[in-house]
Design a protein around this ligand. Structure first.
Ligand code: PEP
Ligand code: MG
Length: 568
């Protein structure tokens, strides 16, 4: 069986089920004021609980914001009035009135054609469940009382449930709903616990006596595995652990080929909490800061000051190491509700990233000014995504120039020589990379999109996912061309798409002379370890062979063979 693997790791364990739905009691009441008091004290107790949680748990900034929002919701007059009115007019108990409030507000939030409100309904359910549990005197899952280790299986996990997870007892989780970027997926990666989301109907297939084998990498799970299944999952786990231990030896090493050619291994950052991971894994900078996280999960666009503080904090913490801030890559699968981008037939081919920003100049300049101001506090670089023509680069650079002039006039400092780069993720940009290279200081190849646009295969569409391959010959030829064109024009070329961490391709990119590999922090040591296995001559020979092949499948086989031969 399969869901979406969102956090790597293999576990075989007993199941702990959360979410067995309990009936909410409904009964008539006589003493309305006493019932309202009972309701109010449940709300107050819930607020106290959240305040304690904020004080006692080590929370990331965004989590803190979520719980602050929960307190605001619990104090919201409209919400409190609705429930009190229900108690009064229907003469019903608080639990039932709360349930009615839940139905009303969740429906209301979902009726807006607005992602922000839809996402907020999960917070609303969280706070109402909390207050209902208080009324029912139902205890939350108390990890102290749980003996043993479990894989937690749930329909979904709310933010307050995920932050309380005790890593020593919950060693993995599987939920019925959720996507790669859902809260539960992010928390799982932060905790380093394997996780699978989107495992439809799993609750109807397990009970508390079930055993589950799960692979958070590929999303596969087996309920009540046979001895044979257990052995093969354990074998895979053993191999992963051996690999992880081997990686650790490379923590303090610099990235070098066997014959001492120097490469850079930097990190991609999508949420600020990953910064600790980057430092811990010794990343040589941030090769891609996906600035979208600053824009998401809020009611309106972040101001220049909000953005400046975030960029500055990151630049300062990275000390002298470079931080490449990619300007907003909205559109495609990244929806930001308050921007009101019209619904499009083909959003990946539509008003996305720099295309949107160049239409909304004032909005774009807010981000450019914030990045420029942060450049005074570290080694900040700026990168434009989704570039498909020279005109777009020139327009973006003109806007940057305008921002610099404004800051000069306001006597605000910034790095006058801030480096400007572009992502090469559209085939047209790759094909004219000889021309584009003359306009910028660096390229970063975004293979996630370069593959989808070159092969014409939607990166999210499961029906065509077999066509989406890192080993596509057309894509490899384009990558080679981009690196050559960059170098002929004296600029450096990095790669921040997922292909940069594909161990089979590392020797190919080394042969092509890729300067920087930017990967998820947990892959830094692995990339360095694989680099150290090969000398450049060997890589060049392999690369020549690969580029002479004709199908993706042949390429994959040759690369795997090479990787196996060079295992240490
Ligand atoms: C890419 O396209 O390779 C990339 C790194 O950008 P994103 O995945 O954010 O589109
Ligand atoms: Mg991209």
């Amino acid at each position: 069986m399969e869901g979406i693997g969102v956090s790597n790791g293999i576990e075989i364990s007993k199941v702990l089920i959360k979410d067995v739905k309990e009936e909410i009691p409904r009964y008539s009441i006589e003493d309305i004021s006493a019932e309202i008091l009972r309701f109010k004290s449940a709300v107050e107790d819930s607020i106290k609980d959240i305040e304690n949680l904020i004080l006692n748990e080590k929370l990331a900034k965004e989590e803190m914001e979520i719980f602050d929002a929960h307190i605001c919701m619990l104090k919201d007059e409209e919400f409190l009035r609705f429930v009190e009115e229900k108690i009064k007019t229907d003469k019903i108990n608080s639990e039932w009135a709360l349930e009615k409030g839940k139905q009303f507000f969740v429906e209301l939030f979902n009726s807006f054609d607005n992602e922000y409100f839809k996402e907020r309904s999960i917070d609303l359910i969280d706070i109402i469940n909390r207050a209902t549990n208080k009324l029912l005197k139902k205890e939350e899952l108390n990890y102290e009382k749980i003996e043993g280790k479990f894989v937690l299986v749930a329909h979904d996990l709310t933010p307050s449930e995920t932050v309380k997870i005790d890593k020593n007892k919950i060693i993995g989780f599987i939920t019925e709903i959720g996507g790669k970027t859902s809260h539960v997926a992010i928390v799982a990666r932060m905790l380093g616990i394997p996780a699978i989301v989107g495992a439809k109907n799993i609750l109807s297939m397990v009970d508390n006596q079930s055993i589950i084998a799960m692979d958070g990498g590929n999303g596969q799970f087996i309920i009540n595995p046979t001895q044979y299944d257990i052995e093969s999952f354990n074998e895979k786990k053993k191999i992963m652990q051996i690999e992880e231990n081997l990686d650790k030896d490379f923590l303090d090493k610099i990235p070098l080929s066997k014959d001492m050619k120097r490469f850079q291994v930097a990190c991609n950052l999508q949420v600020p909490t990953q910064l600790d991971e980057i430092v811990k894994n010794n990343g040589e900078g941030i090769g891609l800061l996906r600035s979208e996280f600053i824009y998401m999960d809020r009611k309106n666009a972040p101001t220049e000051d909000i953005q400046f503080e975030i960029y500055k904090d990151i630049a300062v913490q990275m000390k002298e190491k470079p931080v490449i801030i990619r300007t907003l890559d909205v559109g495609g699968d990244k929806e930001i509700s308050y921007l009101n981008i019209p619904k499009e037939e083909n959003p990946f081919l539509g008003l996305r990233a720099t295309r949107y920003c160049l239409k909304e100049k004032k909005f774009f300049k807010t981000q450019l000014r914030a990045i420029l101001r942060a450049s005074n506090f570290g080694k900040v670089k700026i990168m434009f995504p989704m570039i498909s023509s020279l005109k777009e680069i020139r327009e973006a650079k003109n806007l940057l120039q305008e921002c610099k002039k404004e800051l000069d006039y306001e006597k605000i400092k910034y790095d006058e020589d801030i480096e400007i780069g572009i992502m090469i993720e559209v085939p047209s940009a790759a094909i004219i990379s000889d021309i584009l290279a003359k306009e910028v200081d660096f390229f970063s190849i975004g293979t996630n999109d370069l593959i989808q646009y070159t092969v014409a295969v939607d990166r999210l569409n499961n029906n065509v996912s077999d066509l989406y391959s890192n080993y596509n010959l057309a894509v490899l030829r384009l990558i080679k061309m981009v690196i050559e064109n960059g170098h002929k024009n004296g600029i450096y070329v990095g790669m921040c798409g997922e292909a940069a961490r594909d161990v089979n391709l590392i020797p190919i990119f080394m042969a092509m002379g890729l300067d920087e590999f930017s990967v998820n922090p947990s892959y830094v040591c692995r990339v360095k370890r694989y680099m150290s296995r090969y000398d450049i001559y060997q890589c060049e020979k392999l690369c020549k062979k690969v580029l002479s092949l004709e199908t993706d499948e042949e390429i994959e086989i040759i690369l795997e063979e090479f990787e196996n031969q060079n295992k240490k």
